[in-house]
Design a protein around this ligand. Structure first.
Ligand SMILES: Cc1ncc(COP(=O)(O)O)c(C=O)c1O
Length: 296
């Protein structure tokens, strides 16, 4: 199913599918749209530590018997940190506790796996082992909108009942056509994903060599440089822009104040020279703003 907006897909589906007899368990770093979806739902909800499938396992052992349905909400690639879940371990946990798995692939489709098909492609896992695969068509696919994929039966049901689908104007034809072409490019030109991976690895290696704090990012094109305060992140982003580099600051409350950062998104079209220059410029900017490390 394709929705006019990725945010609205997450924000509406949880409230629609899960009610007061159900439980939503979401990763502590899950995107705001999933958290808002959980908040809007009558279901019970709680978060588990980021990527911690062992804590999830323990929570399910305690809580599963109290609920009709339990859904576990995670991301394919985490949008702020550029890390990813151990998907096979999450699938194992969800299967043992008869829970549903909802994966937001906003940042993993078009970037992860040998063919860019997302986090299942990366782990070589059959998507039928999960339940709901959500994504946006506003990132790697370069258009605008969101989608949900799942079993025929579930999608058929959702297509007739999900308020954000039934009562909202559909994704526009230009967006749908652009998304379709984006998917065709990914299928036809898998070398783009290979180049993206190489360029992301290059950026990460250079950044680490330059002593920049890239947090847990790895294997993905989302690479943060943590600078430690929102004020410093804003200043760093301005200085980067003055030097021809567009990288946005991520501030509190999107992340902890002490984890404020500049977030770099790599694409297959960034050249090696651009990456070398971007990392060197970022290192200069970090040095120039050192006195702002703890500034609010
Ligand atoms: C993980 C994640 N999910 C959902 C969304 C919302 O998607 P959209 O921008 O297409 O509304 C975003 C970001 O924009 C995101 O990063």
């Amino acid at each position: 199913m394709v929705f006019p907006c990725g945010y609205g897909t997450n924000a509406s589906v949880f409230g629609h599918l899960f009610g007061k007899e159900d439980l939503i368990l979401y990763d502590a770093l899950a995107h705001n749209s999933m958290v808002q979806g959980a908040v809007a739902s009558a279901a019970a909800k709680r978060s588990f530590r980021h990527n911690d499938y062992r804590q999830l396992d323990a929570l399910l052992r305690d809580l599963r018997p109290n609920y009709r349905r339990v859904v576990v909400a995670i991301e394919g690639v985490y949008s702020m940190d550029g890390d990813y879940p151990d998907l096979p371990a999450f699938i194992d946990v969800k299967q043992r506790h008869d829970a549903l798995l909802y994966v937001d692939e906003a940042h993993s489709v078009g970037t992860m796996g040998p063919e860019g098909r997302g986090i299942c492609d990366f782990f070589d896992i059959d998507p039928a082992l999960g339940d709901l695969w959500m994504g946006t068509i506003s990132k790697a696919l370069g258009a605008g909108g969101g989608y949900l994929a799942g079993s025929d039966r579930l999608i058929h049901y959702l297509g007739y009942t999900t308020p954000a689908f039934v009562f909202s104007t559909a994704c526009s034809p230009p967006n749908a056509a652009a998304a379709l072409e984006g998917l065709r490019v990914i299928c036809r030109e898998p070398w783009r994903v290979t180049v993206l991976r190489e360029r992301s690895e290059l950026f990460l290696k250079l950044a680490i060599d330059a002593g920049l704090d890239t947090g847990p990012s790895g294997d993905t094109p989302v690479i943060p440089v943590i600078v430690g305060s929102s004020a410093r992140a804003i200043r760093a982003s301005q200085l980067l822009l003055e030097r021809g580099i567009n990288a946005q600051p991520i501030l509190f409350p999107a992340v902890r104040e002490s984890a404020a950062r500049i977030r770099f998104f790599l694409t297959a079209e960034h050249s090696e020279d651009q990456i070398v220059r971007a990392v060197a410029t970022m290192a200069d900017v970090v040095a120039e703003t050192a006195e702002m490390a703890g500034a609010v």
